[in-house]
Design a protein around this ligand. Sequence first.
Ligand code: ZN
Ligand code: ZN
Length: 338
Amino acid sequence: MKVVTLGTAGGPRWWKGDAKDRAGISTAVVVEDRFYLVDAGHGVGRRIRQAGLELGDLGGVFITHLHSDHTIDVPSLIVFGMHELQHRADSPVPIVGPGDRGALPPVSERAVVAPKPVAPQNPTPGITGMFDNIVSAFATDINDRVLDSLRPSPEVLFDPRDIEIPVGIGYHPNGAPTPDMDPFVIFEDDLITVTAILVEHPPVAPAFAFRITSEYGSVTISGDTCETPNLVRLAQDTDLLLHEAIDFDWVGAMYEHRTDEEGRASRDHHYKSHTSVEGAIRIATDSRARTLALHHLVPGSADESVWRRGEDLFGGTFLVPEDLDTLTINRVAATARS
Ligand SMILES: [Zn+2]
Ligand SMILES: [Zn+2]
């Protein structure tokens, strides 16, 4: 089992001045002859190529939440991907992610005039709704290929599925987006089991962390979140925790001179929705994760030293992977050696 960090930057932008040239957040989990994707940030198709992975071996796509930095290349996977997945009509690729939010978030208290939502007739689509919208948006291209070239359409080659949140846990997208809960299974095949838990990333709801377990070990991916006890529950004794990290010094400097309400609302979002390096280390320590690797780095252009400043605080292995690094998980071999 290997994890390949395809893209390690967070945030809905192309970072400037980035010596490491980090692509948008996306992680490949490779188990035997198959690989699985968690999130599909910008550049994921090229990164899959550069990692030496074959799209035809894609076992599933798992989306933590519907922020654009995690989904911007879902369309390219679907529309370009159909040409490499022609043999998958009998085994379509699952795309598993959050369902419809069900309600718009409340308008910020800082609003002077209440903004109007876009697409008011369908303002909060989940992953299946997003899939349908993508296919509709590219219908001219797709129909040419389906009718003229007789290619199977993305509707045949992919299998979008909304994650069903367990009933009875008290979840509500606005009132209670992160109730205390147990992890629950969202996907299983002959190689892996994926469990999920709700994490805290307001105003996004639902927002999930995922744990992928195979016979070789486990990797837990935080998604975007502030420090949350639910993640500690999901990541208990995991072999590898990939946790997001933000540099709050950068946030402070960026919004220091902003006194307008839009600037304040944006700054508020970062503080209540993301995790510092020290916070990620606390979560990894409480989870007893063997290895902590930071990713979804914001800003994506920061020097590595920004992310390494707390590494002495962690008792296990501490990593700040670059794009296309490979992290091997092999609990079977580790047990045999010890
Ligand atoms: Zn993000
Ligand atoms: Zn996010």
